[in-house]
Structure formats: C-alpha cells, structure tokens
Design a protein around this ligand. Structure first.
Ligand code: CS2
Length: 444
C-alpha cells in the first residue's frame, strides 16, 4: 500500500541538533518551508540560525510540524525525477493566535530577523490604522511594543510576499497600526526597525496526499509536513539587518541596492503570466499551469503580455529573453501539478500589482496595453463563470455579478481601478476581450 500508515513518523534525531531561535516567521505555509527555511538551512552559518514559525489563519500546519519537532522533507521535483532533503531550520512551530509566545520571541535579545509570508491581501490597513481584526501585522505591532519595552534594540522585518516595494508597504502598514496605538511606539519603530524589501521565487503548490505517499514510499518514513517544489529558487534582498542575518548568500541569495527592476521582472513576467494562465485557463477548462500553457490561446495571451511588460524592463542584468525561456520551462514542468484555482485566489489584490503597472506604462507610451488588459478580461470572464472564488472583496464581487453585460464588467474593473472603470472605451474593450475568450473556450 502506498503511504503505509505503519511507517515511522519523521522526527529530529541527534544528527539534526536544534539551532537557537534567531528568526521569527509569520505565515507558516508550504512556501515558507520550501523557500526561507530552505535558504536558512543552506546558509554557511545555519547552526546559529533557528526559525520559530507562526501559522496564519489556521493552526493546522503548526500542529502537524510540531509533532515532528519542526523537521520536514523538501521534495525537489524536476521534469525527470524527485530528490529528497530533510530540513531542520524550523525549531518551533506555533499557532498564529498565540500572541503571548510571539511577543516573548520578538522581545528576546537573540531575535534578529522577522520574516513574513502573510499574503498580499494582509498588508491592507485602512485610514484609521485598522486591519479589522487580529491580523498578522496587528500581532506584529503588539510584539514590537514588547521589544521596545524590553529595550532589546533594532531588528529587521523582511517581507517575502509578492508585492512591489514590499518592504516599504510593510513599513507603511506597521507605521499606521503603531500610530493608532501609541505615537511613541511609531517613533521607536521608525528608529529601530529596518524594513527589508525582497523578491522571492520558488513555485510551491499545496502539498497533496499523493505527495505525502511518494515521500513515505521513497524515504521509508511518514512526513505529514513535506513540501513539493521545483528545483529553481531565487531570492533578491535589499535593506539593512541591524542585528545580523544568516549567510543566505551561501545558498544563492543576492543582495542589491536597487531591487525594483528585479521585483518588476518577477511580479510581471512570472506572477502576471500566472494570473493570465489561471483565469484564461480555468475559463477554457484547464486545471493546472502546465495544461493551460499547452493551450495556444493561453500561451498567446502570455506572450502578448510578456512583449508589453518587457518594454519596461530595461535593466542591464535582467536578461529578459533568457528569463522568459526559463519561465516556459518552469511552467511546462507537468510533474508539478500547480492548480490554477490556487493562483486564482485574491484577484483584486494581485491584479493591481500584476496588470496595472504594465497597462499604465503602455498607455502612457501611447499604446493600447491590450496584453495587460487581457489579464483583467480573463479575470472578469473567470468570475462570470464561477460562484467559487476567494477574494478580500468577495462581497463587492457578488454585488457586481448581479449586473449584466458591460455594467458588470465596469463594476468588476472598478474593484481593481476606479479610474479605469470610468473610461467607457476601456471597459468596452475589456468586455469584448472577455466575451471572445469565453466564445473560443474549448469547453464552452
Ligand atoms: C502565484 C505565486 O499563487 C500565485 O499567485 O503566482 O504563488 C507563484 O507561484 C510564486 O510567486 C512563485 O515564486
């Protein structure tokens, strides 16, 4: 039987001693395990850097990982086979609701780095400095107050979410939350907390039971916290680490002064085309990235968007043709089942980052921006085709969906950009694009 339940459970043994906690992470999910935890394990000074990782919305990932004392398997899945590696850099896995433990760890003198994978949508803070609940950033601000009170000095906050200028976005959200609480705290954060911007990359779909069975059969143990990822990995960082950091460069991380060109290359070319494949692919009856890419209509939409985005990616080291070629290979790796429904989530937040900058740059240069517009059109078509979507603006989307024809399209576009929704010619174009996508659907 595959994944035999009688196999021993993976655990930390004497050969994997626990490094001391010096990193606190918010957002323990598959991506944290395949990326920041993997990089930390591969730093030359890994023995000095342990991670305490807190979950986001649900405690499940912490419960499962804690039963294995934090260790898990990274399965690197290439087009031709799997390799397995046990990662031990996470030394404590904690329910995100445990603000007491978070406060204690952030306030501890040994803690030097706070990393975040809390999703793009979690950075939204309203004008009053409210996130509308005990969100990760609200908890972080509570914990930073304890570090100030303990007088344990500066620390770095490292955003690892797919947002342009993510360090600055994190800084502004934290500042607004701190101000609403206590102005002195906001001033302390301003003087003591360094916000590091990073561009992160490693395609890591949600783990399935079949993946866990592969680990059991290949490794001889049961690992309920294994992650499957591609061999490719990339991490570009910009900013100060006033209390030190692991030597992530030993694992291939790159430290730069100006991160913007790299961020844009990744957000537009990879994430932007992911969103096109997700929405157009789902509308056309596909389930995974590799399947969608093999459909000429989806592939054409991706290439059209890439041509537009590439005109605005002009840095010397960006090597755009090489990057595009590598992306086609990465997306085409059909042994990685990257489900389009996972990428389709939170479209309003993602499209503002992935479609709008390219659209604005193209229109600013006097061109149509049709390639970027098609990403928005695919999203409109997708929402019209399903009742199963996940989005921070879900109730506004439901309201918009009660309308018909171009009115519906205008209302949906307005959730991404109120300004564009007022441009009737643009809305008509999006409407025609989405109709034609649906009309050519292979499963219409
Ligand atoms: C994807 C990303 O779900 C999504 O929106 O575009 O998670 C993507 O797989 C990663 O950024 C790859 O590094």
């Amino acid at each position: 039987m595959t994944g035999d339940r009688t196999r021993p459970r993976l655990s930390r043994n004497g050969s994997r001693p626990k490094p001391p906690i010096r990193i606190v992470h918010l957002g323990l999910g598959a991506f944290h395990r395949s990326h920041q935890a993997w990089y930390t394990q591969h730093a030359g000074d890994a023995a000095e850097w342990g991670i305490a990782a807190f979950t986001g919305r649900r405690p499940d990932a912490a419960t499962v990982l804690a039963e294995q004392d934090g260790v898990f398997t990274v399965v690197e899945r290439s087009g031709s086979g799997d390799t397995f590696e046990i990662v031990g850099s996470i030394v404590e896995a904690i329910d995100g609701a445990d603000v007491g433990r978070l406060t204690e760890l952030v306030a501890a003198p040994a803690t030097a780095v706070l990393t975040l994978t809390i999703t793009e949508a979690a950075y939204a803070v309203d004008a009053t400095g409210s996130t509308g609940g005990p969100t990760p950033l609200a908890r972080l601000v509570t914990a930073l107050a304890a570090r100030r009170d303990a007088e344990n000095g500066p620390i770095a906050v490292v955003s690892c979410d797919n947002l342009a200028d993510n360090g600055n976005v994190a800084r502004q959200a934290v500042d607004a939350l701190a101000r609403a609480k206590d102005r002195g705290l906001a001033a302390w954060i301003d003087a003591n907390v360094s916000f590091v911007s990073t561009s992160v990359d490693r395609i890591t779909p949600r783990t399935t039971q079949a993946d866990l069975d592969v680990v059991a059969d290949s490794c001889g143990y049961r690992d309920e916290a294994a992650v499957v990822t591609e061999p490719f990995h990339n991490w570009i960082l910009s900013g100060d680490f006033p209390a030190g950091r692991p030597r992530w460069e030993d694992a291939g991380a790159v430290f730069v002064d100006d991160i913007e060109p790299y961020e844009n290359r990744k957000l537009w070319l990879l994430n932007g085309s992911h969103s096109i494949l997700a929405y157009a692919g789902l509308v056309r009856g596909h389930a995974t990235v590799a399947e969608a890419l093999s459909d000429d209509v989806c592939r054409g939409a991706v290439e059209g968007f890439w041509d537009e985005a590439s005109r605005h990616l002009t840095g010397d080291d960006l090597e755009i043709p090489k990057y595009r070629k590598a992306l086609l290979e990465r997306f085409g790796n059909s042994r990685i089942a990257h489900h389009l429904t996972q990428i389709a989530m939170d479209g309003t937040t993602k499209l503002r980052m992935r479609a709008l900058p390219v659209l604005a740059a193209e229109r600013g240069a006097g061109r149509s921006g049709d390639g970027a517009a098609r990403m928005i059109a695919a999203w409109v078509a997708y929402l019209s085709s399903t009742a199963q979507f996940h989005d921070p603006l879900a109730s506004d989307i439901k309201d918009a969906k009660r309308l018909d024809g171009e009115h519906r399209t205008a209302a949906l576009v307005g959730l991404i950009s109120p300004e564009l929704a007022k441009d009737t010619a643009f809305v008509s174009r999006i409407h025609r694009q989405q109709v034609s996508l649906t009309a050519t659907s292979t499963h219409a």
